[in-house]
Design a protein around this ligand. Structure first.
Ligand code: L34
Length: 233
């Protein structure tokens, strides 16, 4: 479904897109061969390998094979390194979408207590770096964090990306905080929800993103932005 949403967005933006699907038993070599071919193609400007990959595939090896100039996810080591320095062509789509939401809502990150819950390479780590570039005071929390609630309660801006349904509850949030929910989870009834217990937290938050209809569509918008940028590189 995520891939379909990306294809629809391409159509909307007049970006040509091609989808390659494989059997889950696909060999690593077959993926590497396709990436080589797309790397060399003059008519392809962006390459995205939708994650997660099956267990027998070395994700790092596959990502590393993508040309850094076509890496519209900004997942390759070269692009991740550039983000650290603050001198980049592409930003990773989800963290960039979160920053866009913050900016467009008129929220100034400068000097604010920013707490990121989750330390994945895709969201948590780059998210912390982007908040730092915007002059936030940044803390990263994760599953080993002691007194998590004490830390999240300090946040003026709380970004949650852990993949645990409704994990963040009202007692963990400071009154008036900006709460951004990156989660895409299922609740007990199998309904789509986020990492934040929206119904309880909306009562204390100053601003909060819903799931669906929050960060997800922003991720896709940033992918379009990166792709257009890649075409101009
Ligand atoms: N390579 N793999 C790569 N890049 C990515 O940036 C992703 N991710 C995650 C999964 N794998 C990836 C995405 O694009 C998650 N993700 C993603 C993309 C789109 C949406 C959610 C997650 C999305 O469209 N969400 C909508 C609809 C949700 C629904 O109705 O089920 C929303 O409103 O949140």
């Amino acid at each position: 479904m995520y891939v379909n949403n990306k294809k629809k967005a391409c159509e909307y933006c007049n970006i040509h897109s091609e989808e390659y699907t494989f059997d889950e038993n696909v060999k690593e070599e077959a993926l590497l061969e396709l990436i080589d071919c797309l790397n060399a193609s003059k008519s392809i400007h962006g390459i995205l390998v939708q994650l997660p990959l099956p267990k027998h595939i070395d994700e790092k090896k596959i990502i590393n094979a993508i040309s850094e100039k076509k890496d519209v996810d900004a997942f390759t080591p070269a692009n991740v390194g550039k983000i650290m320095i603050g001198d980049y062509d592409f930003l990773p789509c989800t963290p960039a979408g979160v920053m866009e939401l913050i900016k467009e809502s008129g929220i100034d990150v400068k000097g604010k207590e920013c707490v990121v819950v989750g330390r994945s390479n895709i969201v948590g780590k780059p998210q912390a770096m982007l908040l730092l570039h915007s002059h936030g005071t940044v803390t990263i929390c994760h599953s080993k964090t002691e007194n998590l609630k004490e830390v999240t309660k300090r946040a003026d801006i709380l970004v949650v990306a852990i993949g645990k349904a409704k994990f963040i509850t009202a007692d963990m949030v400071k009154k008036g905080a900006v709460v951004i929910d990156v989660g895409m989870d299922r609740d007990e009834e199998g309904k789509l929800c986020g990492d934040v217990d929206f119904e309880s937290v909306k009562g204390v938050a100053g601003a909060i993103t819903p799931v669906p209809g929050g960060v997800g569509p922003m991720t896709i918008a940033m992918l379009m932005k990166n792709t257009i940028k890649a075409a101009a590189l």
